[in-house]
Design a protein around this ligand. Structure first.
Ligand SMILES: [Zn+2]
Length: 317
């Protein structure tokens, strides 16, 4: 993934297109964040993500279009269903807001340098389309990372519905002129192959499944979008951050006796997997999906400034 060079782009503040740019990219990102909420809620329940229209999970009240405007509806409804007054989770407006802000910053890097200089694209709209495609492509990728992170943390699986579809979408690199398609295609293969290799090693050394195929599809998707060059960094960063998180989570549980996102008590394990007494001898077990850490590391690559990224790329060229 190599960003469009931002050098020489006009200042955002005070530019005549500033308000349009900010409003459009924020609203678009927030709407995509809203759809991400739908994925997070519906995929683990095996529901279609497009049909039927959203309804209140408590009373079945069908959510009307004006009750479904990112963030605004949450405030107008005062965080409650209009019918049965069941509270609506803060996760909804929070993710919408995050996606909106991230959309602006991504667009500022990928789209603004082109969009702010109409003389660049007024005679050749394909220049603007290509910059917009890059922004949209990476924005969808980030929302997928967000959805996978939350689903994997809560249910410990990486949904194929997201990773496989995004693997297809990573071929978008072939249609974005600033990208080197072969880097992305090789990234997809290398991502899948790396996890398969770790899996094989786990079988050989410990006779157990070290990593699931869900993680292989996830790293394939990440390699497809970001290219093969950043894969070693992503694996390294994910491992280091995973170890730190595991140590903190175990420490917290040992000190307080309470479980958290990454740990479970034996009673909770029995309840989750429905097997009485199977985990009796283990007082606390680390339930650590690797997917969220791969996603966080991939996001860090995206969020680093291009300058930092270029320095890293020149190291391994
Ligand atoms: Zn309701």
């Amino acid at each position: 993934m190599i960003s469009i060079i931002t050098e020489g782009a006009p200042e955002l503040w005070g530019h005549p297109l500033m308000y349009f740019f900010l409003f459009f990219t924020f609203a678009f990102g927030a709407s995509l964040g809203s759809f991400t909420n739908v994925l997070i809620y519906r995929i683990p329940m095996d529901m279609s993500v497009v049909y039927p229209a959203s309804a209140c999970p408590a009373c079945g009240h069908q959510i009307r279009w004006y009750e479904n405007i990112p963030m605004i509806s949450f405030l107008l409804l005062r965080a409650r269903c209009s019918q049965c007054k069941t509270p609506i989770s803060f996760q909804y407006p929070f993710l919408e807001f995050l996606a909106g802000i991230w959309s602006i910053s991504l667009a500022y890097r990928e789209l603004w340098p082109t969009f702010s200089q109409p003389e660049l694209w007024v005679n050749d709209i394909s220049v603007l389309l290509s910059a917009s495609a890059m922004w949209l492509w990476l924005l969808i990728f980030t929302c997928a990372l967000l959805a996978i992170t939350l689903i994997d943390l809560r249910y410990t699986f990486v949904p194929d519905e997201i990773s496989l579809n995004l693997m297809w979408l990573s071929f978008g690199a072939f249609f974005i002129p600033t990208q080197v398609p072969v880097d992305h295609f090789f990234g997809l293969l290398a991502g899948y192959g790396t996890i398969l290799g770790i899996r094989g090693l786990g079988y050989l050394l410990y006779r157990r499944e070290a990593m699931g195929l869900g993680d292989a599809k996830l790293l394939a998707m990440i390699g497809g979008f970001l290219g093969w060059r950043v894969l070693p960094w992503i694996l390294f960063a994910a491992a280091v951050q995973g170890i730190i998180a595991a140590a903190l989570a175990l420490g917290y549980t040992k000190l307080t006796g309470r479980s958290n996102l990454l740990t479970m008590t034996s009673a909770e394990l029995d309840e989750r997997f429905g097997e009485e007494g199977l985990y009796e001898e283990q007082r606390v077990l680390l339930v650590m999906p690797f997917g969220p850490f791969l996603c966080i590391a991939a996001f860090e690559v995206l969020a680093l400034t291009p300058e930092v990224l270029f320095q890293y790329l020149s190291l391994i060229h």
